[in-house]
Design a protein around this ligand. Structure first.
Ligand SMILES: Cc1cc2nc3c(=O)[nH]c(=O)nc-3n(C[C@H](O)[C@H](O)[C@H](O)COP(=O)(O)OP(=O)(O)OC[C@H]3O[C@@H](n4cnc5c(N)ncnc54)[C@H](O)[C@@H]3O)c2cc1C
Length: 302
C-alpha cells in the first residue's frame, strides 16, 4: 500500500500537519518516534501557547495527538531508521517495516543539549530550563544562571534580564564564542555578571534549584546560590537519518523553500528546520504550512 503522506515525527509540528492532512482526507500516517511527543513532554507548565493560559506540556501534546486521531490519522510510535527519497514512491524504513508514500513531511524536531548531570535531569522543569522565552517569566525578580558562551547563551541571558533581578553567565572558557555584537550586549548589561573559566559541577537542591556547585580551571570548587539555571549550550536537530537524502545546512537543519526540501514531494517543518524561534506555536505553524504545501503538491503530482 502506498500512503498519500507519511509524517515523520509526533511533536507539535507533526501532529498539526496530521490534523490538516486528515481533514483534507489524505489519511496521513504518522511515525511518531519512540518515545513520541517531542520536547513538550520534557517540560512542565506551558504559559505561552495561545488558547491555554497554563497547561502542562505533556497534556498539550496529548490533546494534539487526540485531535489528530479524531480526524482519522493513524499513528505508530516507531523511529524511522532509514529513508530512500531517490525515487517515487518514497521509502521509509523502521526496524521491522518498510513503508511507501507519495509524499513525506519531516518534523523530527531538535534536542536541546544538556550538561549531562544527574541533578540537572532531576530538576528539569523545577528551576532548570533550556528556553528563556518559555520559562523566563517564572523567574521575575529572581537570580538565575545561564550556562554557555555562544550566541544561544547571549540571547538567553539578554532575554532573562527582562524578568530576573540578576543574571549570572557561567562559562568554562576565558572568552565567549558568540558574535561580537551579542557579546557586547551581554557585557554592557548592568544586570549581567560573568563567571569565566568555570564549569557547573552539580546543581544543588532537592525539589527545586537552590544553587550550583562550580569548579574553576584551577580545580577550586565553590557554591553559588541561584533560583534557576538555564542551560544554553545549543540545540541539535534530529536529522541524521536524512543527511544523504536531502540538503541540510552546516548545523544539520533541513534547508527548505517555503516548506519543500531539496527533494520535490518531501516537505519539512518545525524545529528540524527552524534554528531561530523554536517554539511550540511556531512549530505548529510550520507543520500546518508543510501540510498545505503537501496537499497542493499532491493535487498535481499524485
Ligand atoms: C524543556 C523545554 C521547555 C519548553 N517549553 C516551551 C514552552 O513553554 N513554550 C513553547 O512554545 N515551546 C517550548 N519549548 C519548545 C517546544 O517544545 C519546541 O519548539 C517544539 O516542541 C518543537 O516541535 P517539533 O514538532 O518541531 O519537534 P519536537 O517537539 O522535537 O518533536 C519531534 C518529534 O519527532 C520524533 N522523532 C525524532 N526523530 C525521529 C525519527 N528518526 N523517526 C521518527 N520520529 C522521530 C520525536 O520522537 C518527536 O515525536 C520547550 C522546549 C524544551 C526542551
Amino acid at each position: 500500500m502506498t500512503e498519500n503522506v507519511i509524517i515523520i515525527g509526533g511533536g507539535p509540528a507533526g501532529l498539526a500537519a496530521a490534523i490538516y492532512n486528515a481533514r483534507a482526507d489524505l489519511k496521513p500516517f504518522v511515525l511518531a518516534g519512540s518515545p513520541p511527543g517531542g520536547q513538550l513532554t520534557l517540560t512542565s507548565e506551558v504559559e505561552n501557547y495561545p488558547g491555554f493560559e497554563a497547561i502542562m506540556g505533556p497534556e498539550l501534546i496529548d490533546r494534539m495527538r487526540k485531535h489528530a486521531l479524531k480526524f482519522g490519522t493513524r499513528i505508530v510510535d516507531k523511529n524511522v531508521l532509514k529513508v530512500d527519497f531517490s525515487k517515487r514512491p518514497f521509502k521509509v524504513y523502521t526496524t521491522d517495516e518498510t513503508y511507501e508514500a507519495k509524499s513525506v513531511i519531516i518534523t523530527t524536531g531538535a534536542k536541546a543539549l544538556w550538561l549531562g548531570l544527574e541533578s540537572e535531569t532531576r530538576l528539569r522543569g523545577k528551576g532548570i530550563s533550556a528556553c528563556a522565552t518559555c520559562d523566563g517569566f517564572f523567574f521575575r525578580n529572581k537570580v538565575v544562571g545561564v550556562v554557555g558562551g555562544g550566541d544561544t547563551a547571549m540571547e538567553e541571558a539578554s532575554t532573562l534580564t527582562k524578568f530576573a533581578s540578576k543574571v549570572i553567565v557561567i562559562h568554562r572558557r576565558n572568552e565567549f564564542r558568540a558574535s561580537k555584537i551579542m557579546q557586547d550586549r551581554v557585557l554592557n548589561n548592568p544586570k549581567i555578571e560573568v563567571i569565566w573559566n568555570t564549569a557547573v559541577e552539580e546543581v544543588l537542591g532537592e525539589s527545586r534549584v537552590e544553587g550550583v556547585r562550580l569548579k574553576n580551571s584551577d580545580g577550586k570548587t565553590s557554591e553559588l546560590k541561584l533560583d534557576g539555571l538555564f542551560i544554553a549550550i545549543g540545540h541539535k536537530p534530529d536529522t541524521e537519518v536524512f543527511k544523504d537524502q536531502i540538503e541540510l545546512d552546516k548545523k544539520g537543519y533541513i534547508v527548505v523553500k517555503q516548506s519543500m526540501t531539496s527533494v520535490p514531494g518531501v516537505f519539512a517543518g518545525g524545529d528540524c528546520v527552524d534554528h531561530i524561534y523554536k517554539q511550540a506555536a511556531t512549530a505548529v505553524g510550520m507543520g500546518v504550512a508543510a501540510a498545505l504545501d503537501t496537499e497542493r503538491w499532491l493535487e498535481v503530482n499524485s
